[in-house]
Ligand binder design. Structure first.
Ligand code: C2E
Ligand code: MG
Ligand code: MG
Length: 627
């Protein structure tokens, strides 16, 4: 078909008679050819343009493919190096991809985790490998199904049969498939469990601690309200401190563990045993229908714990005192019940130990007396009710006075002079001892400063004060204030301080020595007689305890001990002093054993400071005139 414009030109070149005007035709044809040429040129140009566009597009596609491949490689590297296991399933429960960690965690060979593997096959492999939760295969598949259709992300913690714990995050996909990540949290769980256990148990014995005891007691009390009574037994080992001190803390710890094991064998599964610290234990005895149930347990405990323990090939004997409070009559809340069991224990110990006592309301009165004593003692410090008495120390060879020991007395407004034996232990328990000792130091230094300057003054310092760390400044302050030469002050400490053997104690002793003060070991032989501490610190003086002096004439071993101590002191360059000398016979024996100094009623009882000049004129007239 002709192009309409060519057809029109052909028509124009044809005359009415049908003749063709060739020129016109030629013109028309040439126009047509030019047109064709133009069209060809345009087509060619278009084709060229399209070719270059295609090339550019191909280049673009190539670049995209390369980028995709690189991204894929990165993705795979990330997948393979994840610390979590990961797997991706499609809607038909077929594996799309999983990583190496997933295979490792579930102990499946990577060969068995090819893309396309069905979930059921993987479940079978996990079953065979034991890396499966404690449920049946069907239960597991049903759970997976539920999670998959729920369309809600799901976090779960799964305990495997082999003891491991996994945290699984399950993310459903729109096509019914899912991605899940798997974290092995076994170690974390164990640590959490350990921490939770530590927070509620005693590290030494593995028994419950105070926190768990309280929790269990609250539960038991709730049951007690529903007619299921319980009892609390408070136990304290008698003389444990002595064993701990003489055999050392590691042996003491082993003993406490052995005690815990023995106690466990005596209680029921439902009962709770707790260690409250030191040698204190508590038991919650459940379902106590009558007091006899608690009595029977207490009696068994006393009997069993009194049997010797084998420790480092030694037979060690401990005894136990027990206080019992029964719920609900002795208390309906944990604190009251524990407090009342403690009061009953206090009573059991006061009555001679190795026995049990039930709580009685009257016992509260005993505790009240302690409270009064504490209040009175606090008042005594500020009211100036303390006085010092002085007992002369006599040089055995010359029978002259070398100094005085300061001994505190409490001038009580209604009770008169109270002996330190009555209030010092209590002051140590309550922490009031620091103030008391500081007062003694200041007073003794001030009063001694008025004596002839050859005379020394000995001051007893409590271990409790010593351990508090403020001893050195207290001593140097008292010396400075009184203007007393440090060489005239002797500090007496007891063995129990040395048993602690802490670096802090030794350092305080060395600093006191550096001040010029001398240090004596008081009551030697009554403690746990470990000679080890004599090596750790060179004392100036050893005071042989009065119990050996008292028995000097009736027990051969006493003289042997005195002889051993004087011999030891002579070879170590220390002075020996015997305290509590009451008879000439004792004095003669001590003289024969070459004891350096003596002190006792034979010469004088402790006397007020105002009697010092009179005492001096009695023993040492020359000194008395100096005073
Ligand atoms: P200690 O330091 O061993 O003092 C010796 C005790 O034996 C004194 O008892 C003394 O009066 C007594 N005594 C002295 N000679 C004889 C004697 O021949 N026969 C008998 N049976 N006893 C004698 P006191 O004064 O009752 O002191 C008892 C303990 O209280 C002292 O034992 C000491 O450990 C402590 N104490 C005394 N004063 C103080 C003080 O100011 N501070 C501290 N922290 N403790 C003190
Ligand atoms: Mg003393
Ligand atoms: Mg003594």
């Amino acid at each position: 078909m002709l192009h309409p414009r060519l057809a029109r030109q052909l028509a124009a070149a044809t005359t009415a008679e049908g003749e063709v005007d060739l020129a016109a035709l030629a013109h028309a044809v040439s126009i047509a050819y030019r047109r064709i040429d133009r069209m060809k040129t345009r087509a060619l140009a278009r084709e060229r343009r399209m070719t270059s566009e295609r090339a550019a597009r191909n280049k673009e596609v190539g670049k995209l493919v390369a980028e995709l491949e690189e991204q894929n490689a990165r993705f795979l590297a990330a997948l393979e190096n994840m610390s979590q296991g990961l797997c991706f399933f499609d809607g038909a429960q077929r594996l799309i991809i999983s990583n190496r960690r997933y295979a490792e965690m579930y102990r499946i060979s990577p060969e068995d985790l090819k893309p396309g593997t069905h979930l059921c096959e993987i479940v079978d492999r996990r079953f065979a490998a034991g890396s499966f939760p404690a449920m049946t295969r069907a239960e597991y598949l049903a759970w997976r199904e539920k999670v998959a259709v729920s369309n809600i992300p799901n976090d779960s913690v799964v305990e495997l049969r082999d003891g491991r714990t996994f945290a699984i995050r399950h993310q459903p996909m729109p096509d019914g498939g899912w991605v899940s990540t798997h974290d092995d949290i076994t170690e974390q769980r164990r640590t959490e469990t350990r921490i939770a256990h530590m927070a509620r148990h005693d590290a030494l014995t593995g028994l419950a601690n105070r926190v768990l005891l309280h929790e269990r007691l609250e539960d038991a009390l709730a049951r007690a309200k529903r007619a299921d009574p319980c009892a609390v037994l408070f136990l304290d080992l008698d003389h444990f401190k002595a064993i701990n001190d003489s055999l050392g803390h590691p042996a003491g710890d082993r003993l406490l563990r052995a005690v815990a094991i023995r106690m466990r064998q005596l209680v029921r599964e439902t009962d709770t045993i707790a260690r409250l610290g030191g040698d204190e234990f508590a038991i919650i005895q459940e379902s106590v229908r009558q007091p006899a149930d608690a009595t029977a347990l207490a009696a068994r405990l006393i009997e069993e714990l009194s049997r010797p323990f084998e420790l480092d090939a030694q037979q060690i004997t401990v005894a136990v005192s027990i206080g019992i409070a029964v719920a609900p009559q002795d208390g309906t809340d944990a604190d009251t019940l524990l407090k009342n069991a403690d009061i009953a224990l206090y009573r059991a110990k006061a009555e001679g130990r190795c026995r049990y006592r039930f709580f009685e309301p009257a016992m509260d009165a005993l505790i009240e007396r302690r409270r009064t004593l504490e209040r009175d003692l606090r008042r005594a410090i500020s009211a100036g009710e303390f006085v010092l008495h002085y007992q002369p120390v006599i040089r055995l060879e010359t029978r002259t006075v070398s100094g005085f020991e300061a001994l505190i007395r409490w001038n009580h407004p209604t009770r008169g002079l109270v002996s330190p034996a009555e209030f010092i232990p209590f002051a140590e328990e309550t922490g009031l001892i620091t103030e008391i000792d500081e007062w003694v130091l200041e007073t003794a230094c001030r009063e001694a400063a008025a004596w002839p300057d050859t005379l020394a003054v000995a001051v007893n310092l409590s271990p409790a004060h010593f351990l508090s760390g403020g001893v050195v400044p207290a001593v140097s302050g008292a010396l400075a204030e009184a203007g007393l030469a440090p060489g005239r002050l002797e500090i007496e400490i007891t063995e129990s301080l040395m048993i602690e053997n802490s670096e802090a104690t030794l350092s305080s002793l060395r600093r006191l020595r550096a001040l010029g003060v001398s240090i004596s070991m008081d009551d030697f032989g009554t403690g746990y007689s470990s000679l080890g501490y004599l090596r750790n610190f060179r004392f100036d003086k050893i005071k042989i305890d009065q119990s050996f002096i008292r028995e000097l004439s009736c027990r051969a071993d006493s003289i042997a001990i005195v002889r051993a101590v004087t011999g030891l002191c002579t070879s170590l360059g220390m002075t020996t002093i015997a305290e509590g000398v009451e008879t000439e016979e004792q004095l003669a024996a001590l003289s024969a054993e070459k004891c350096t100094e003596v002190q006792g009623y034979l010469f004088s009882r402790p006397r007020p400071a105002s009697d010092v000049p009179a005492l001096l004129s009695l023993f040492d007239p020359a000194l008395a005139t100096a005073a």
